[in-house]
Design a protein around this ligand. Structure first.
Ligand code: HMG
Ligand code: MG
Length: 303
């Protein structure tokens, strides 16, 4: 099986939902540990309103101090966020919308159409021939919305089409509240392939949350369909403040264990990764909860 790409979203999605403010130096050590463990792409923070997500209000302080090595990206909701990002020479951004109107309104106070109009301006301003620039578009609530219930895959295709029309470099399909089953992933995955053809595969990333424990099975289902790119969060940290019921993200440790055990080399050291969240977990007063992390920490303490 050919290479699999992992985008670590722990410093952004993993931390945004934590109510206890995590100090900047703890966040920086977290990112450094992720980089040292071998993660090559990290979504580091968000240039969203600090009134809406106070935990990431330190984005402008954090960005210039990020350790060299990985490719870093950041969430940008609007032109104001883009200007803040451009001031820091951010070269990889993620705009974010959803397949449900109610979630989009709760999350960014816009309709889906308004997000697309806003992103058109954001991407036009962001693209520059003399500066590297890469943009991801998220489609959240791709399976179910906490306010509207099940989502028709056709709605996801519509939003993907709108994002492709904006010229994003990739689309991340989000199971924001972590409820999907592999059967649903197969249905949506096949619909995406039927609508856009196999050439869309390198442009699709799956973003699973693991509220009900189906995240890894969902990743396997997407792998079987040929998809090769996945978001995950160290320690299974995560959630969305505007999606009631959203559990943690699929844990990067679980992803690494599954891939390595399947014979797919990831370049990530599982034991180092399992220790990367220790300080953050201590800050928020929780113990490790991801299965492969617990097993790896147990193995290290025995060994
Ligand atoms: P709004 O209140 O409608 O915006 O929020 P506004 O334009 O009326 O501005 C209100 C205030 O915020 C103003 O300041 C603006 O200047 C300021 P004031 O005059 O009151 O002092 N403001 C900003 N400040 C800093 N950075 C900005 C910015 N924009 C406005 N970019 C807004 C609209 C989009 C700003 C707000 O709703 C927001 O920031 N939402 C972000 C919510 C968020 O981050 N959610 C979590 C990420 S999405 C997610 O987790 C899902 C994902 O993981 C995938 C999945 O799991 O499916 C990606
Ligand atoms: Mg998420």
């Amino acid at each position: 099986m050919s290479g699999v790409r992992i985008v670590e979203v722990g410093p952004r999605d993993g931390l945004q939902n934590e109510s206890a403010l995590i100090p900047l130096d703890v966040k920086l050590r977290f990112v450094r540990s992720l980089a040292d463990a071998g993660l090559k792409e990290i979504e580091a923070t968000s240039f969203v309103s600090p009134k809406w997500v106070p935990q990431l209000g330190d984005a402008a302080e954090l960005w210039p101090k990020l350790p060299e090595g990985p490719l870093y990206s950041a969430l940008v909701p609007n032109l104001k966020g883009l200007e803040r990002a451009l001031d820091l020479d951010v070269q990889r951004i993620a705009v974010f919308t959803a397949a449900s109107e109610s979630f989009t309104k709760a999350n960014v106070n816009m309709t889906i159409a308004e997000t697309i109009d806003q992103f058109r301006l954001v991407i036009a301003r962001f693209r520059h021939p003399c500066r590297p620039n890469w943009a991801r578009g998220y489609v959240s609530t791709a399976f179910e919305c906490p306010y509207e219930g099940r989502i028709n895959p056709k709605k996801v295709l519509e939003v993907c089409e709108a994002l492709i029309g904006l010229g994003v470099d990739e689309i991340s399909i989000g199971d924001t509240i972590g409820v999907a089953s592999p059967a649903e992933v197969r249905v949506l995955g096949r619909e995406i392939l039927a609508a856009f053809g196999n050439q869309i595969i390198p442009k699709i990333t799956w973003h699973f949350h693991d509220t009900w424990g189906t995240g890894l099975a969902n990743l396997s289902a997407a792998l079987d369909l040929g998809f090769r790119s996945f978001d995950s969060s160290a320690g299974g940290l995560g959630g969305c403040p505007y999606a009631p019921g959203a559990g943690g993200n699929l844990a990067t440790e679980d992803v690494i264990y599954l891939l390595e055990r399947t014979g797919i080399s990831t370049g990530v050291d599982l034991d180092s990764l399992s220790r990367a969240t220790e300080e953050v977990l201590a800050c928020v007063g929780r113990s490790p909860a991801a299965k492969s992390q617990i097993a790896s920490l147990g193995r290290s303490s025995v060994g």
